[in-house]
Ligand binder design. Structure first.
Ligand code: NAP
Length: 523
């Protein structure tokens, strides 16, 4: 064994697990990067330390104090982000990919620092809404209040966002005064671990506010109860396994899931080849296929175009995809890096075969790719693959998620039929409508909204400032119904409130004012 065991940060100390653990390889060179194991770590001590040290330390700060901590967290990572870029390259990420994960995570933390400073009241509790008068004589009233629970926030994250995934969950939990335990996906845990080390070395976090378990969670769920929160991101299969644990079903641990998703983008009937929307659609499709080599939960998986435009769009997208240079991050001219592992590549190849059975591959060869600066077989490289599905009623495009640089392109005949096809994704994180026809846009938005957590309308008017189909914004909710997990993250203060306990307080108006006024700031 050449690689060292990756250390976890538990109870204020860096500790390695016992035994050989799981070997993680460099996605580009195949070299050993780390061995990951949590065997032998005292997980009960992690839970105790979070609840008895981290919780009181965070609740000892008021909202403004916690917002100040977040700002320092963001600044500490920003100062050393080059180190995170370098490590991310080992997982196959280019600088453009790091803009989403590393810079995206730091930016999200800065935004939450600002939301916390400007959007939360003085003190430590939130008084929600106005007093409700409950008696004719005005001696009895009710008011909602939000307080910090006494538990911990466990995050279980997917491999594709080792930095953003941690920070977008840490920020609202920290503002809510809840200590966090991070369990990163094993495959990219060394990147998360380095970020945690940067934060430890910067000394910006209150003691116990953040801990890190690299490797398996063991029986950690057995330790969770009704004051705790679990934020899960990953596959629908793991989400379903975890949400059926007794911690959730019997002890009512709050459980939020962000799972996989067959996101759509649609080109409007008004957007022929000579319109700006046609170019915007094709550009966005190709960008979504290639950023992070398509390993984005929000990436466009199903692209719908008017039947009459199918060939034009296919040709334009293929033309753009042919300019993509696959290879080692940082090598000359490379615009798309590697998948996270060769095992992931095998999964995606399998999914492409299922999708291709419903149509034809219009661009790319899942078994062959030219690679710059690396060995195509040793590294986890894959060509972008566009699958044209001429019969959109086939089941595969609406069921199979190829978690790589892969999209399906399908025709639609009319708006009603389009909405039926969109709904067959069974709930998604994001959808986009690319059109300059307000009537068409309104019909699609209203029809698709019940199935989506976020919808983007892209046209010539907003393209200059648009953040794009695949980028969740900290101010807006991220999550989706059904297959997408049924959860919600971010959305500004909504995520902070998601950690707080809402209590309806009833009593005389004077007493309510007293309890929720001066007395509320004491722990
Ligand atoms: P995954 O295999 O479900 O793993 C997700 C996390 O769960 C990892 O940390 C994993 O740890 C952990 N895990 C797996 N089995 C577990 C168990 N029995 N008990 C406790 N933890 C367990 O998913 P993935 O392959 O990392 O991620 C890819 C999927 O995530 C894709 O389907 C993608 O669509 C989805 N995703 C969704 C979002 C979103 O925001 N909705 C974002 C990113 C990705 P180990 O790595 O140690 O197994």
């Amino acid at each position: 064994m050449t690689a060292d065991v990756l250390q976890s940060w538990v109870a204020g100390q860096w500790r390695g697990g016992d035994g050989d653990g799981q070997l993680v390889r460099d996605a580009v060179t195949g070299e050993d990067v780390a061995r990951v194991t949590s065997a032998g770590l005292d997980l009960a001590e992690v839970a105790r330390y979070a609840r008895q040290v981290g919780g009181p330390a965070l609740r000892g700060l008021d909202f403004a104090g916690r917002a100040g901590v977040l700002k320092e967290v963001a600044a500490a990572l920003d100062a050393r982000k080059e180190e995170l870029y370098d490590l991310s390259a080992r997982a196959g990420s280019t600088r453009r990919d790091c803009a989403v994960d590393v810079d995206g995570g730091i930016g999200t933390t800065f935004v939450y620092a600002s939301i916390g400073r400007k959007g939360l009241p003085q003190g430590r509790i939130v008084v929600e809404g106005t007093q409700e008068q409950l008696g004719k004589a005005r001696t009895f009233a009710g008011q909602h209040m939000l307080t910090s629970p006494r538990g911990l926030a466990l995050q279980v994250n997917a491999f594709n966002f080792p930095i953003w995934g941690m920070l977008e969950k840490l920020a609202p939990a920290l503002l809510a005064g809840v200590p966090t335990v991070v369990k990163p996906a094993t495959q990219t845990s060394y990147i998360t671990a380095h970020a945690v080390r940067i934060l430890d070395e910067a000394g910006v976090l209150p003691e116990g506010a953040l801990q890190l378990i690299c490797g398996s969670l063991g029986d950690f769920f057995d330790l969770l109860g009704g004051q705790d929160h679990v934020g899960f991101t990953g596959s629908a299969a793991t989400a379903s396994l975890l949400r059926s644990h007794a911690a959730v079903t019997s002890r009512s641990v709050r459980f939020n899931a962000e799972a996989d998703s067959l996101n759509f983008s649609v080109l409007g009937p008004d957007a022929g080849p000579d319109t700006p929307e046609f170019d915007l659609f094709v550009k966005e499709l190709v960008r979504e296929m290639t950023v992070k080599a398509g390993q984005k939960c929000t990436a466009i998986r199903r692209a719908f175009v008017p039947a009459a435009l199918l060939d034009d769009v296919t040709a334009a997208a293929a033309g753009r995809l042919s300019k993509v240079v696959v290879g080692a991050p940082g090598a000359d001219g490379v615009t798309m890096g590697a998948l996270v592992s060769t095992a992931q590549r095998d999964d995606v190849r399998g999914a492409v075969k299922m999708l291709a059975a419903a149509g034809r591959i219009a661009f790319g060869d899942p078994d062959r790719v030219e690679v710059v600066g690396a060995d195509a077989e040793v590294g986890a490289f894959l060509s972008p693959v566009l699958v044209q599905v001429t019969d959109p009623d086939r089941s595969q495009p609406h069921e199979v998620e190829a978690f790589g640089p892969v999209s399906t392109l399908m025709p639609y005949a009319d708006t009603d039929g389009l909405l039926d096809l969109i709904a067959r994704g069974q709930g998604s994180l994001a959808g986009s409508v690319v059109s300059h026809d307000p009537d068409f846009v309104r019909e699609v938005v209203l029809g698709a909204a019940p199935f989506h957590g976020r919808l983007l309308v892209l046209d010539r008017d907003d393209a200059g400032e648009s953040t794009g189909h695949g980028i969740p914004m900290p101010q807006l909710v991220h999550g989706g119904p059904g297959r997408a997990g049924g959860g919600q993250e971010e959305g500004g203060l909504r995520a902070v409130y998601g950690h707080l306990q809402r209590t309806a307080l009833q009593g005389s108006p004077q007493l309510l004012a007293f309890v929720l006024g001066n007395g509320s700031n004491q722990e």
